[in-house]
Structures are given as C-alpha cells and as structure tokens.
Write a protein that binds this ligand. Structure first.
Ligand code: ADP
Ligand code: MG
Length: 907
C-alpha cells in the first residue's frame, strides 16, 4: 500500500478522476491504486538511471491523505445522539460526507486513514515516500491541514516519549533519515520556526523574531539564512530540539497573546549527501588513469530538503472575525492560509497566474506546490456533525490540492570545495611520493656508485695480484735460468777442474768435489756482491742526476742574480757619476761665486772711495756706474763669466743657494743675484723664479748686514720696475726695508734701503699704502747717519712722493694736507733745501715746488719757513725749469702772496 502512494508518475488519467467528487453511484473505478510506483525509490535499478531521468524532471502530483480523528471526550458526550458526519471507506480510498441522514457525497483521496490508523501507518503512507525522496536528493513537503483540534500536531509533532507508538511524522522522519545517512560524509541540519501574522520567529532562538525569506534570483530557491541551523547527529538531540522549539513556541505565543493554533510551525531538515562513485569512468585499460580521472572528477552532492508544515487551524479562515480577534490579526492569519488556498486553486485550475508572493507562507511553500518538491498533504478532520462545515471545507481543500502537479527535480551539484580539498590531499601525496622516489633514485645512484667503486678496486687488486704473480713467475724463471746457467757453468768448471786436477794433482775425487762446492758458494757470493754493487751504483747514479739538476737550477738562479747585481752596479755607478758631476759643478760655482764676490767687493770699495766727491745723479745711474766700473775693471771676461754662470748653473740653482746652510755660500749667492738684478734683462726672470721673495726673506731671516746690504741693493734694482714695486709692497717690503734700515749701521746699507724706498715712492698707486706702512717715516729715520749718499736717496724719495701726491691732488684723488707735512718731513726739507750737495738740493727744491702747488699746504709751509726757500729757489736755482716752477707757484698762491705782502717782500 505504501508503495502505491508514491509520487513520480506522468499518468494523467488519475488526475482526471480526482478532479471532482465521485458520486456513490458513479461507476468510475477509483484510480488511486493505479498510481504507478515511484521511479525514485532507493531500490531503483541504479542511481545513474535515476539521475538521468531527473535531469529533465519527473512530474509528481501532490498526494493527499485524509485522517479522521476519533471522537474526543466532549464529542462523546455532546454528539452522543448523532452519527459522525463522515464515513470512511479506506479500502476504496473513499470518504463519504453526509449531507443528511439519507444523502452523502463521496470523495476519493490518495489515502483514507480512519480513526484507527496507527501513527506508524500514517508515517508510512503519507511521509515515508517523501522522506525517501529527500534522501535521494529531492525537496519534499509534508503538510497537515485541518480544523483546530483535529490532530495536525498529533500527526506531525507528537514526540511519543511516553508511548513510542504515538511518535509523529517529524520524529519518525528524522529516525528514517539518520538511519540512512552516513554521518562521516553526509550532514543533516535543521531549523525550526513559526510564522505568525506574517512574521517569522526562530523557535530555536527566541531572540531571533523576525527572520527574512531570501530567494535565489537564479533558481527561485527560498531559504532563511537568518534562522538558527543546528546539525543533527543523533535522534535524541533532535527530540530535545523539538522540545525546545515547542517550549519557545509556547512562550512566544504567550508573549504574543495567541495560541499555537493560530500560527504555522515549520520544520526544515536539510540533508546533504555526497555521492561517491558516481559519474566515474568505467574501470578498464589503465588503473592509474582511472585513479587520476576519479580524482579530478568533482564529487557530487545531493541536497534534499524536507519541510514539515503544521498549519494554523483552517477554521480561522471563516471564524476569525467572530471569535473576537482583532481585525489586523484576523487579516494576517487569514492572509497566509487564504493565500495558500488561492495558490492551490490557481494551480489546480492551471491558471496562468499563481499568487505565490501574496504571503510568506506561500513564498515559503513555493517549491511544495507547483514546484520541484514531492509533496504530501494530510488533511485532518473530526467526526463531529457540528463541525460539518469545517470538515467539508477541509475536504474541498484536499480535493483541490490533489490536482496540483509538481515537477520533481534532483537537487544535485558538483562539490568543488570538496574536490579542491581532495586535490590538495592528492597533490600532497604526489609531492611526498615524488620526494620518496627522488630519494630512492639518489640512494640507488649511490649504491651503484659504491658497487662500481668496489668492483674497480677489486679489479685493481686482482690486476696487482696477477702482476705480482707474473713478476714472481718471471723472477722464478729468471732464477731458474740463472741456476741452469750456473749449473752449466759449474759443469764446465768441473770439466775444466777435473782436467786441472787430473793435470795438477793425483789426489782423490773428494778434494775435487770440495773445491767445486766452495767455488759455487764463492760464485753465489760474488753474484750477490755484484747485485749489491749494481744497486748501489744505480742509487749513486740517481743521486748524481739529482745533484746535477740541482746544480743546474742553482746555476740558473745564480745567473739571474748576477744580471741583477750587474744592473744595480751600473745604476750605482751612474748615480756616483752624476753625484761627482754635481759636486764638480757646485765646486765650480762656489769658486766662481767667490771670485765674483771678491770682484764686486773690490769694485764697491773703489766706488766708495770715489763716491764721496762724485755722487751720481740717481740710483739708476749709480747702479749703471757700478756695472760700468765692474766691466771696466774686470773687462768683458767678467761679464761673460756671469752670463756663462747664469747659463751653466741656471737661475733656480743660484736662487736655491740663497737658502744654503753655509753663510759664505749665501753671501756669494746674494751677490750674484744682485749683480744679475742690475741687468734689466734679467730682472723679470729673477722675479718669475721667486728671487724677489727670496731676497725679501733674506732681509727678515738674516742677521748679516752684508747680506742685508746686497739684498737691499738687489731689491732696489728690481724696484725700478712698476710691476715689481707692487710685488714688493704686497709682500710686506716696506716693513722689511724699514726694519733693515733701523738695524743698519753702515751708510752703504742705508743707501741701498733708501734707494729701494725712493723707487717705491715714485709709484702713484702705492702712495697710500707706502705712507700707511711707515715708508716716509723710515726715509726720514735714515737721515740720522748724515752720509750724503743716504741723504741724496732720501731726498729723491721725498721728491718722488711729492710729485705723485701733487698729481693726485690735481686729479682730485687726494684731498687735504700733504702726508709729507703730516709725517713731519717739512722741517728736514726746509733744512736741506739749500744743501751743498747738489743731488740733495735738487731733489728737495723739486719737492718744495710740488708741495707749494697746493694751497692746502701753504699755511704749514709758511709757518715752517718754506716760503723763504721757495723765494730763493725762484731767484737762485741753477736749473731754469725749477726756477720758473717756483716762481709760478708763488704768484699763483693767494696765501703765499698775502704772506709776502705782509712781510713786505717785493715779488
Ligand atoms: P490540532 O493540532 O489540529 O489543533 P491536536 O493535534 O492538538 O490538534 O489534537 C487535539 C487533541 O486530539 C489532542 O489532545 C490530541 O492528543 C488528540 N488527538 C488528535 N488526533 C488523535 C488521534 N489520531 N488519536 C488520538 N488522539 C488524537
Ligand atoms: Mg496543533
């Protein structure tokens, strides 16, 4: 019978028969029995066959069973005098609904369950096929519909803890599922919730009281991701969960001020099964290939979902308003159930539009009616004629539901996650295997290598052994042949001996034998000696060769060493030669220097002697005179010798001698440089080679006055050139010359210093610096010695300075009184203006004229007595140009004119 109840048929005729209530008189044979057995049974020929069928889907009508509850205690009393409103014909799967005592309407159902039907039987006919489908990977629904109190909850939710025979569909379904799945590879999870006034509350977590329905946009699958999902591993925990859900349902309904009959309770059981061995290649040619193919083939999972729905009491549709419910509540309660009714009507009539979205219940059950699920509906009715209307309504609902056709679809998919895990494991295995093989390979290589090595060494040993054997054999052969030869020789000897004995003695044969033996021994001895000798000769020869090669090597290295020594010797000789040459050069130079300095001294002495009565007009001419005298005295030969020296030795060497350790060398060197400096053509070279600096250094570093004198003379000669004048100044020349002047005792030294400063005084650009560094004061300081040569140079310096200053004043670059007056030169000027030595006088007259040209000096000149000197110059000076200059100056100066007027000088 149970099998007959299965869905999965494409047989349409049965539907036609169920379309309308059958009349008692109808001849139509009930067709419920004719429902073909399901092709989805576990006992189906093969899973693959089932799967191939499932791809396109299998049509499956909603199956409806009607269950009658027995009279309860109330009804026993209240309806005691009345017959039941229904009469069941289970064997015909018919139900008769009495209209009155004489008329009834007959309805055919898929299953008709009397009040005596056990819970087990109800499960088997109404739920078991659905559960089996779920286990096979389909969605399934078991739903109870009926008036409150007719046994919906009894049918579905009874736990049966006191009496196991009363266990309801939920408990039995889970038992069935847990018995069928493998908890190692499959999983069973449940969620349990109630729908009340269009709100979904989690019965496993009361705080979760507004769960959203989520629809998969691709396949329309509905799910409740917000609901608590509990994995079930044993029956007991499931029963506990149902109890917990029931308790929460009770609490929730108390809180919401309702009864369980007003809410829909829904249990969802998700069964996920992995299907091993499906879709694999047929085992055949290559086991390995098959293994890999099997590995790469993603495992298949089937996800069946069982939905058990304990609906709210159906009477609410009609009676809610009259039983004091709020309008809102009534609407909401009605909403889901009436929407379900509407959907079932639409589906039953094949209407184009099914208002699935009108309520949450219909959205939740979208797959159960007109979807892909196998659905079984149990309509529960009571026997009481007082509720005939409700019962009729319930029956009509069931009748319509029977017309709803579903299209069953296998919920099967590839489990890529599991494939990935499996591949990871496989990969790890392969890596480990590869490593193992690599190691084995390496070990094998090592083993082979070792074996080969041992074989080689064995072969070598064998070879050596054989060689040794061979050698011994040859040795033996050799010894043998020697022995034979010896024997032969012995025999020959014996022959000869016997002959000799016969000839030489007539003793017995014993003597002959004795001598033969001793000869043989001797022979052996001699041989041994010979061998030893040969060996030692060989050793000596080897030693000799060794020594010879060593000697050859030593010879080679000795030859190399000799070449090196020769080279070094040559270098040493060259160096010595060079040194000798240099020493000769130095000696020559020194002798020349001595000679020249001697000559120079002589010349100077001569000059000194004649200088007092014949002072030359300027320093230039003085130096010229020196040169002239030198040339006159020593002739061309001397000049030539200096030039020759210059060429031969080189200026740098001469200059380097200025710093020589030896004081004499230094003096000679400075004299040579001074002589060279007198020659204008040499001056530039000397300065370029650093001679000027060296001379200035000598002024500072040397304490020898001769050196001071000669160096100052050389500087004076170099100071004739304007560029050199600037160089001298920039190198602190004034300070050095002043210092030299202050320390000098000899007039000739002062003359040279004064001459140098006088030359510097003639440079327009150096006026300020020269004065600032004490040049004028130094000049004036030197007049202390009174020597006319010195005074003449001082006067020349003052005249030069006055001339440049006058030029600067005229050009406007100098203002104010003359520095000469500032530095106190005027008294000495006035005092020496009429000096008897004409070079002094001439220079001073010129200086006075230059000073007088500027009115700013007039006052000091007047007070210093210079006016008288100017007047005298303008009248008495032997040089006409100076006379005229003085005159012009006097007449052009207002101050002088005024003073002369005051003094009544007629001019
Ligand atoms: P509903 O859920 O439809 O409102 P219930 O399942 O609560 O109805 O049943 C109401 C009462 O009737 C409960 O006491 C229940 O035990 C009892 N009952 C219902 N069906 C049966 C049955 N088939 N056999 C015994 N008692 C039943
Ligand atoms: Mg109930």
């Amino acid at each position: 019978m149970a099998n007959n109840y299965r869905n999965g048929t494409t047989h349409r005729s049965s539907l036609n028969k169920a379309e309308r209530p059958l009349s008692v008189n109808s001849n139509t044979k009930p067709k419920a029995k004719s429902f073909p057995p399901s092709g989805l049974r576990k006992s189906s020929p093969s899973l693959a066959t089932a799967a191939s069928k499932d791809v396109a889907g299998v049509s499956g009508r909603v199956r409806v069973a009607v269950r009658l509850r027995c009279r309860n205690a109330d009804e026993m009393v209240a309806d005691a005098d009345f017959a039941d409103c229904v009469e069941l014909q289970p064997e015909l799967k018919r139900l008769k609904l009495r209209k009155n005592n004489w008329d009834a309407e007959t309805y055919e159902f898929d299953e008709v369950l009397t009040e005596f039907a056990s819970q087990k039987r109800v499960y088997e006919v109404a739920a078991k096929p659905v559960v089996e489908s779920v286990l096979d990977g389909y969605n399934g629904t078991v739903m109870a519909y009926g008036q409150t109190g007719t046994g919906k909850t009894y049918t579905l939710g009874r736990l049966g803890e006191e009496d196991p025979s009363t266990r309801g569909i939920m408990v039995r379904a889970m038992e069935h599922i847990l018995a069928d799945v493998s908890l190692e590879t499959d999983s069973v999870t449940v969620c349990y919730f109630q729908l009340y006034m269009e709100t979904i509350q989690d019965l496993l977590d009361p705080t979760n009281d507004n769960i959203a329905i989520v629809e998969d946009p691709k396949n329309g699958d509905v799910s409740l991701p917000g609901a608590t999902l509990v994995e079930i591993r044993d029956q007991q925990s499931f029963v506990e969960l149902l109890k917990l859900g029931e308790a929460h349902r009770f609490a929730a309904n108390t809180r919401l001020n309702t009864e369980s009959s007003r809410s829909h309770a829904i249990l969802m059981v998700h069964v996920k099964r992995s299907i091993e061995g499906r879709g694999m290649m047929p085992s055949g040619e290559n086991g390995n290939n098959n293994h890999i193919i099997k590995t790469l083939k993603p495992p298949i999972v089937r996800k069946g979902k069982l939905v058990v729905v304990d609906l709210a009491g159906s009477e609410r549709i009609d009676k809610s308003g009259s039983e004091g419910h709020t309008l809102e509540e009534a609407k909401s309660i009605n909403l889901s159930l009436s929407a379900l009714g509407k959907c079932i009507n639409a589906l039953a009539e094949g209407s184009a539009h099914v208002p699935v979205r009108d309520s949450k219940l219909t959205r939740l059950l979208r797959d159960s009616f007109g979807g892909t699920a196998r659905t079984s509906l149990v309509i529960t009715i009571g026997p009481s004629p007082r509720h005939r209307g409700e019962t009729a309504s319930t029956i009509m609902f069931g009748q319509r539901a029977m017309k709803v056709e579903n299209m069953l679809k296998l919920k099967e998919e590839f489990d890529y996650k599991s494939l990935s895990r499996r591949l990871d494991i496989q990969l790890d295995k392969l890596i480990a295997e590869q490593e193992r093989q690599q190691k084995a390979f390496e070990d094998e290589i090592e083993r082979i290598t070792l074996e080969a090595e041992s074989r080689i060494s064995e072969a070598e040993r064998n070879y050596e052994h054989a060689l040794e054997k061979e050698r011994l054999k040859y040795q033996e052969d050799y010894m043998e042949s020697i022995k034979k030869l010896e024997e032969k020789w012995l025999m020959n000897q014996q022959k000869q001996g016997s002959e000799t004995i016969i000839i030489g003695s007539k003793d017995g044969t014993s003597t002959d034998r004795g001598s033969t033996v001793s000869v043989a021994e001797e022979l052996v001895e001699v041989k041994k000696l010979l061998m030893k000798e040969t060996q030692s000769r060989k050793a000596a020869e080897e030693e000799l060769n060794n020594l010879k090669s060593q000697v050859a090597q030593w010879k080679r290295s000795e030859a190399l060493g000799n070449t090196e020594i020769l080279k070094l010797r040559k270098m040493l000789e060259d160096e010595a030669h060079q040194k000798k040459k240099l020493e000769e050069e130095i000696a020559q130079l020194q002798s020349q220097l001595l000679h020249i300095s001697f000559e120079a001294d002589e010349t100077r002495k001569r000059l000194d002697r004649s200088g007092s009565d014949k002072i030359p007009g300027s320093f230039d001419s003085l130096m010229n005179q020196v040169r002239q005298t030198q040339l006159q005295d020593s002739g061309n030969g001397e000049k030539a010798s200096i030039a020759k020296l210059f060429e031969q030795v080189g200026l740098h060497k001469i200059l380097s001698l200025l710093e020589a350790e030896d004081a004499d060398v230094r003096i000679h060197a400075v004299k040579v440089v001074a002589n060279l400096a007198a020659e204008e053509s040499n001056q530039e070279k000397i300065v370029e080679a650093g001679g000027l600096s060296s001379l200035l250094i000598l002024l500072r570093s040397s304490e020898d006055e001769t050196i001071h004198r000669v160096a100052a003379g050389a500087i004076a000669n170099l100071a004739m050139n304007e560029t050199n004048q600037e160089l001298i100044m920039s190198q602190g020349g004034i300070t050095l010359l002043s210092m030299t002047a202050a320390n000098a005792e000899e007039p000739q030294t002062l003359r040279m210093v004064a001459g140098a400063i006088a030359n510097l005084c003639g440079n327009d650009k150096l006026q300020l610096k020269l004065r600032a560094e004490g040049g004028i004061k130094a000049l004036l300081g030197m007049v202390r010695c009174g020597h006319p040569d010195v005074l003449a140079q001082v006067a020349r310096g003052i005249a030069n300075f006055a001339k440049c200053e006058s030029r600067a004043s005229t050009q406007g670059t100098k203002s104010g009184r003359s520095f000469l007056i500032d530095d106190g030169a005027l008294p000495w000027i006035v005092q020496n203006a009429n000096n008897e030595a004409s070079p002094i006088r001439r220079h001073i007259e010129l200086a006075l004229c230059h000073l007088a040209q500027h009115e700013v000096n007039a006052k000091d000149m007047i007070s210093g007595g210079a006016l008288w000197e100017l007047v005298r110059i303008s009248r008495d000076c032997s040089r006409e140009d100076i006379r005229t200059l003085a005159h012009r100056t006097l007449v052009s100066s207002p101050a002088f004119k005024a003073e002369m007027k005051r003094l009544h000088i007629n001019y």
